[in-house]
Design a protein around this ligand. Structure first.
Ligand SMILES: Cc1ncc(C[n+]2csc(CCOP(=O)(O)OP(=O)(O)O)c2C)c(N)n1
Ligand code: SF4
Ligand SMILES: [Mg+2]
Length: 274
């Protein structure tokens, strides 16, 4: 019987029974901390319920698992996630809007022994710099590009992007995105998977514990692809943006599944090594 819990824990037919109709005398306590040492989760400037810190932490966990922290250089685009780079004890370069894949190309060519990744949003990557990522993929650059896709320009107030799904309300599509007014969304992972230079392409999400675990596996695989020199690797991650979606924080995971996730289907789209 655990110390300090004598009054609460009972034995019944050989089993330990913990009553749940009253608060425990001792609060839950941390038994282990799995946070990568280079991530400072103390305070950050993103909204409660934002999916971007979870996605970035998953990437850092994967880099740590591969023992590549000291030889990693990340290139960040411009969006809400940019502020989170201040919480990382990683080498981070700041690119102009949409240009991260070109900057990452230069870094990788000059420092081929480093693990080079970009972190960009859907607005940054698909609206403002689409040609950059397509050309990097076509050139089979040995870099990993990560797109955090929340279907809005989050930082500037929740406006429509090229990945916003039909019917989605945004600040400038209040009645929902329509084909007549805004055209169809671009499914970037599907587009990149068609390019010969792309060796690994996957789309994950962070709206449930299972989705986070699957996304981390994708990130691991993408980085392994780069380290093995197989070519360009790409992971798109669907992230919650309750503020830019104008919904309650608690509704965001289900909203992601019903809206973005219903169109931008998750899964591995391409793995040349398999
Ligand atoms: C050339 C240029 N255009 C517009 C902006 C304004 N701007 C800053 S962040 C941002 C939104 C980025 O959206 P996204 O990449 O989807 O990231 P999110 O904020 O959603 O995480 C925009 C439009 C800018 N900084 N520079
Ligand atoms: S506006 Fe959206 S993407 Fe930006 S920090 Fe808030 S929840 Fe995250
Ligand atoms: Mg966005």
């Amino acid at each position: 019987m655990a110390e300090g819990t004598d009054s609460e824990v009972m034995r019944f037919e050989g089993l330990t029974v913990v009553p749940t109709d009253q608060p425990p005398s001792r609060p839950a306590h941390l038994v282990d901390d799995f946070t990568p040492s280079v991530v400072d989760v103390g305070t950050h400037h993103l909204c409660p319920g934002c999916g971007e810190p979870i996605a970035i932490r998953s990437a850092v966990e994967a880099i740590e698992d591969l023992r590549q922290i000291a030889s990693t250089i990340a290139v960040f685009g411009i969006g809400c996630y940019t502020a989170f780079s201040n919480n990382l004890d990683l080498e981070v370069l700041q690119a102009l809007h949409g240009r991260a894949p070109s900057l990452a190309t230069g870094v990788k060519r000059m420092r081929p022994d480093t693990l080079v990744l970009t972190v960009q949003g859907d607005g940054d990557m698909v609206n403002e710099g689409l040609q950059e990522v397509l050309h990097a993929a076509a050139r089979a650059e040995r870099i990993t590009c990560i797109m955090l896709n929340n279907g809005v320009f989050g930082e500037t107030g929740g406006h429509l992007t090229a990945t916003t799904v039909l019917g989605q309300r945004t600040k400038n599509s209040i009645e929902g995105r329509t084909v007549a007014e805004h055209g169809y969304p671009i499914l970037l992972s599907n587009l990149i998977a068609q390019l010969e230079g792309a060796a690994y392409v996957a789309r994950g999400a962070v709206n449930s514990a299972g989705a986070v675990a699957r996304t981390k596996k994708m990130l691991l695989r993408a980085f392994e692809t780069q380290l093995a020199g197989r070519g360009f690797s790409f992971v798109e991650i669907l992230t919650m943006c309750p503020t830019g979606w104008f919904i309650e924080t608690t509704e965001a995971p289900a909203y992601l599944a019903d809206n973005l996730g219903a169109v931008h289907a998750t899964g591995v789209l391409k793995d040349l090594a398999r």
